[in-house]
Design a protein around this ligand. Structure first.
Ligand SMILES: [Zn+2]
Length: 222
């Protein structure tokens, strides 16, 4: 994965300047069934690449998936964020010795305060579950999968998703349920996703993925 030089970033919330690794370009070799990219080489390297997608300030815990220079916080947002970050139990416990998933936890918390869509919050939690899997932290993987499912279900109910996001989100709810052991729920979501796709050639790959995962869920539910 080539050497990446840290760059210095200024926290938009507390002003702390700190070094971090920017997300770089990398080679992938396909995706797993929950869309986690596969990387050649060691799993621990893969986790490090995925972790670079979120930046967290080591001083206050503010975290975001976008470049910190692009973050523009209102007065009210600042106040709410400071309160929420200071009161968060996970950050209190882990901030001095951050776990690989902690920046994603903090990014979800900050994203809620910044009115991110549930679709985007679900994406942050899904990526967190990938990092946990690569790091073999199974209980945390499940916990983030649950959080992703909750956000994606809210997104389906309340947000305008496009023709691609709609079946993809529906499929992901099914696949995450399957991974959590809820095979009958998974089957229902897979059927819904297939209906949404219909015969769209652009989504033929997703149809193929659904029929494979459906077989796994069917044999596990039997
Ligand atoms: Zn900060």
């Amino acid at each position: 994965m080539g050497d990446v030089r840290p760059i210095y970033t200024r926290c938009p919330l507390c002003g702390q300047v700190f070094p971090h690794l920017p997300p770089g370009s990398y080679v992938t070799v396909g995706r797993e069934s929950d869309l986690c990219p596969r990387f050649p080489g060691r799993q621990s390297d893969a986790a490090k690449i995925l972790q670079r997608e979120v930046t967290m300030c080591p001083a206050c815990g503010f975290a975001a998936p976008e470049n910190f220079e692009e973050v523009d916080l209102s007065f009210d947002e600042r106040y709410e964020l400071e309160e929420r970050l200071a009161g968060d139990g996970m950050l209190r416990v882990f901030k001095s010795n951050p776990t690989p998933w902690l920046p994603f936890h903090a990014a979800e918390l900050c994203g809620r305060e910044r009115d991110f869509s549930h679709f985007r919050l679900g994406d942050i939690c899904l990526r967190a579950s990938w990092v946990c899997r690569k790091e073999r932290q199974q209980p945390f993987e499940s916990s983030f999968q649950h959080r992703a499912v909750r956000h994606f279900m809210r997104a389906l109910d309340t947000e305008p998703l496009d023709w691609r996001e709609l079946p993809l989100t529906t499929y992901l709810i099914g696949e995450l349920n399957r991974r959590l052991g809820h095979h009958r729920d998974a089957l229902n979501w897979f059927v819904n996703a297939e209906r949404m796709i219909g015969n769209r050639p652009e989504l033929a790959w997703l149809n193929r993925l659904i029929s494979e995962q459906r077989k796994l869920a069917e044999s596990a539910a039997a």
